[in-house]
Design a protein around this ligand. Structure first.
Ligand code: ADP
Length: 453
């Protein structure tokens, strides 16, 4: 066996491997693309297989005719593959007529004794043209991935090469050796590119499906939460009527029951609001309504509503603020939500007699707010997870406190939407310090507070 024959085997093996892979994928994923692609490739493989036989032995006329007949089939299926990729069919009849004419011409040339490599050109040329067309089709895909481009260029090279370097020269000459060698390498490139393309494509589909599931899930949560809002408001409203004695004076037991209804409904309302926030985060609907506010007076105003809670839990709530107003562009409602969550948690997780220290620091490029408590603390291995949704360090403790583990996840999203950062340091049994920082875009002396009449 000479080198040209050996390379012919290499080339055939290359096409064979791509064909086997194509059939494997075609059976595994019976999509229109893999059906047409694998048919085109297997037909092509049969052509190359006959060629290998002919190079090693001989090519009797019936075998030459059979091989010639396979070219139009392969070309037809490569064109169908391109149509599937493009999503439309173009001129099937003229193309079928062209293939038939090419076939008849090749048969006539063969019957007139023209040597096979020349006689087969009328069918070989359309086949290579369709392979190049498929490559160009891949290149022109609107969202071509790098692997798609690789597949495209391999196909274009693979289709052009036998025509640039005429197939008739793929004979037993040193140049023919080069021809086979490059053809074999291009085959391997097509095979590898096809596998990578498949993996990339599957990954893209998987991500698209995951995105769809996430949207469905968040739409579901959002619709259900919206529907729950109205009846909850109505329950609270009627409970208030009862409490005010609109339906007659209440005795002590009745008053106690109404107050329980109110507390339970309010915590349900908070849960519904949290769920709505979470679904807004999922669908990137969390919109900030920023305005320039004095963060010190805003902070003091929020603390006014939290002090009674701290007092009830027998906790000492201390605040340390820098002197003077600090104007900051932020969403006041969302800021209040973050602060209420952090201070609310400090109150929930600190035993009576403990202390909560809130400190606001104005640093050169950022504002930093710290909420330090002397509470139960968080184990080191759990600290990394507390900002995840529905994560609770010890759900038995949190059950007593009406939590579902959404507050910190929402706080994180809000702080990050402001361009800031949030974090926590903690020691079990000694307490935790939750902090968040907000960037100060301009030196705050230059920011102007809106003037109130
Ligand atoms: P929850 O509604 O459960 O309080 P969060 O998202 O606000 O949800 O908090 C998540 C978890 O982090 C809580 O369940 C609790 O285990 C832990 N955690 C939050 N703040 C503190 C704190 N100040 N001290 C100890 N553990 C805390």
């Amino acid at each position: 066996m000479n080198i040209s024959q050996a390379l012919n085997i290499f080339n055939t093996a290359g096409v064979g491997i791509v064909s086997i892979l194509s059939v494997f994928f075609g059976v595994r994923y019976p999509t229109p693309f893999f059906r047409t692609w694998s048919t085109a490739y297997v037909t092509f493989f049969l052509i190359v297989l006959i060629e290998m036989f002919a190079v090693h032995f001989q090519r009797p006329l019936p075998l030459a005719l059979l091989q010639t007949a396979l070219f139009p089939f392969s070309a037809w299926y490569f064109l169908q593959t391109a149509n599937v990729v493009r999503g439309r069919v173009s001129r099937p009849l003229p193309f079928a007529a062209l293939l038939l004419a090419g076939f008849l011409l090749s048969v006539a040339l063969l019957l007139h004794g023209v040597s096979y490599p020349f006689a087969v050109e009328p069918v070989f040329l359309p086949l290579d043209a369709t392979i190049v067309f498929l490559g160009v089709t891949f290149l022109r895909l609107p969202m071509a991935l790098p692997s798609t481009r690789w597949l495209a260029w391999s196909l274009i090279g693979f289709g052009l090469w036998p025509q640039i370097f005429p197939y008739a020269l793929f004979a037993d000459t040193p140049l023919g050796t080069l021809g086979y060698l490059l053809c074999g390498l291009l085959n391997v490139a097509v095979g590898v590119a096809m596998v990578i393309y498949l993996v990339d494509e599957s990954w893209r589909r998987f991500q698209a499906e995951q995105g769809r599931q996430l949207r469905l899930h968040s739409d579901f949560v959002s619709i259900v939460s919206h529907e729950l809002r109205t009846p909850l408001t109505s329950v609270l409203g009627y409970a208030e009527f009862l409490e005010d004695g609109v339906a007659g004076e209440l005795n002590d037991d009745q008053r106690e029951f109404v107050s329980r209804i109110q507390l339970a409904t309010q915590s349900l309302q908070r849960l519904v609001e949290d769920l709505l926030d979470v679904s807004a985060l999922d669908s990137a609907r969390l919109k900030l309504e920023r305005e320039v506010v004095d963060i010190t007076s805003k902070l003091e105003a929020v603390l006014v509503s939290l002090r009674p809670q701290a007092h009830k839990a027998e906790l000492d709530l201390q605040v340390s603020l820098p002197p003077g107003p600090i104007p900051v562009p932020l969403d006041p409602g969302r800021f209040e939500q973050v602060l209420t969550n952090l201070v609310g948690n400090a109150i929930k997780y600190t035993p009576p007699g403990g202390r909560i220290q809130i400190t606001l620091r104005s640093l050169p490029h950022e504002l930093r707010l710290e909420v330090e408590d002397t509470g139960v603390g968080i184990p080191k291995d759990k600290l990394a997870h507390i900002f995840e949704r529905f994560y609770q360090v010890d759900s038995t403790i949190t059950r007593q406190h009406n939590g579902v583990g959404l507050g910190l996840a929402i706080a994180k999203a809000i702080v990050e939407a402001h361009g800031g950062q949030i974090g926590c340091t903690s020691h079990v049994g000694r307490g935790s310090t939750f902090w968040f920082s907000l960037p100060m875009p301009v030196s705050h002396e230059h920011a102007v507070l809106p003037s109130h009449p």
